[in-house]
Design a protein around this ligand. Structure first.
Ligand SMILES: *Cc1c(COP(=O)(O)O)cnc(C)c1O
Length: 423
């Protein structure tokens, strides 16, 4: 259920009018619903009840400390892609012992940091990375827990920029090279082989490619066991999509039920087969529809070919349309009987690529408020300071209360780290 619904003609976040939020915090502002966040997370957590399973929220989708703290308090682990993200987890009170560290380019410093905090596992993406991690662990006097990210070569049938499980992608170890990579890992004294993982793409509407990937991983786990390399967890990554327009993504409980059914059937078919921990790394499906971007109309600019609705949010605040040509819903905050026209909704940034929505029927005038829907994932976390624009404020709503969880960035903060050369 959406937690951003109209009441008496005014869109609310839970029980709070978005007009009030704009008044108090200004625009552009990301507004999150605590109830929506928890509902989405619990759809994973409840489906894992009674199972040896771990939900590691892929925090690159939205790494605000308030979001992390809330999820950590409900038992979430985290999927990290940088040392900075680990420091955020710690600052939010999350447990490094429930963190998986993904990514193709981990630096030595990041590895050493993660080792010093005893993270759950490194999701290693190449053989050179295995060598580097073995070395860093030796220097630290530790044994690094590792999983290999295997590229199952399945087509996630999603946008090419967010498909990650095909041979042509930079991610993971090729399926055909996985056995050799595991043998190499098992022979390194400062590595402990723990698991296997994959992540085939994002905004998947159907779980068939994920189940196909699961079958491939299961086959590998069996072949490794034959060689005496016994894995303790199997991590299916993230990727479940959300509704932006009229998509109908698979329901999370249905997907997880199918995963566990396959796992159970597989383990039952093994002679003395032991249970295996199952991990998930959802990002978008937890935060995506739990947030909107609240923005105000600066100007209406009618034209011969197009009408432009120029708002105070821009591509630097919300990259998805410019970067992926993503379609995002736009709605008026206050319902009115203004005349409807078709507009391109664009920002103030000096790029033709700076658009948020194209050819939308809107009833708007200057100074009206709009929301961009489903902006909770890959919104603020991808925001930049292009055009020396401070990033938006972030507000978390709980019932009829609003909490400022990130201040609007002040322009002076943007050049505080810069200095000029001496004369
Ligand atoms: C981005 C990412 C995820 C999360 O993907 P979503 O589509 O947001 O669920 C999970 N795992 C890894 C390794 C990722 O890079």
């Amino acid at each position: 259920m959406s937690h951003f619904l109209p009441k008496k003609g005014v869109l609310h976040a839970e029980d709070l009018a978005l007009t009030d939020i704009a008044e108090r915090f200004g625009t552009p502002t990301y507004v999150y619903s605590k109830a929506a966040l928890l509902e989405n997370f619990m759809s994973y957590a409840n489906s894992c009840k009674g199972r040896d399973a771990l939900v590691c929220y892929a925090m690159k989708a939205n790494s605000n400390l308030a979001v992390l703290k809330l999820l950590a308090a409900h038992g979430a682990g985290f999927d990290l892609v940088s040392g900075g993200e680990l420091l955020r987890v710690i600052a939010a009170g999350g447990d490094p012992g429930k963190c998986l560290f993904s990514g193709v380019g981990k630096s030595r410093a990041e590895m050493a940091l993660a080792l010093s905090h005893d993270i759950l596992c490194f999701n290693v993406e190449s053989i050179p990375e295995l060598h580097r991690l073995n070395e860093v662990a030796r220097e630290a006097g530790k044994v690094a827990p590792v999983s290999l990210r295997v590229n199952p070569n399945v087509d996630a049938k999603t946008h090419p920029y967010i498909a990650t499980g095909l041979k042509a992608n930079k991610f993971g170890v090729a399926f055909d090279d996985a056995l050799a990579a595991y043998r190499a890992a098992a022979a390194m004294p400062h590595l402990k082989v723990l698991g296997i993982d994959c992540h085939i793409g994002s905004q998947l509407l159907d779980d068939a490619p994920l189940l196909e990937a699961l079958d491939k991983l299961i086959g590998l786990v069996d072949r490794l066991a034959d060689e005496g390399i016994v894995l303790h967890h199997l991590d299916l990554g993230g990727g479940i999509g959300i509704t932006y327009d009229n998509e109908s993504p698979v329901a999370v409980p249905d997907y997880l039920a199918r995963v566990f059914a396959r796992i159970d059937a597989w383990r039952a078919s093994q002679h003395g087969g032991k249970p295996i921990k199952v991990a998930f790394e959802p990002g978008r499906s937890i935060v995506g529809n739990a947030g909107v971007l609240l923005t105000r109309v600066e100007y209406l600019k009618p034209g011969e070919e197009k009408n432009f609705c120029i708002v105070d949010a821009a591509m630097n605040d919300l990259m998805r349309p410019a970067m992926y040509e993503a379609w995002m819903g736009v709605e008026e905050v206050v319902q009115s009987d203004r005349p409807a026209s078709v507009y391109d909704v664009v920002g103030p940034v000096c790029e033709s690529g700076d658009w948020l929505a194209r050819e939308r029927q809107l009833k708007v005038a200057a100074n009206d408020l709009l929301i961009i829907r489903s902006a909770g994932a890959y919104g603020m976390s991808m925001a930049s300071n292009y055009n020396s624009r401070g990033r938006p404020a972030e507000v978390m709503v709980d019932g009829d209360r609003a909490y400022l969880v990130r201040q609007r960035e002040k322009p002076e903060a943007l050049f505080a780290l810069e200095s000029v050369m001496p004369d």
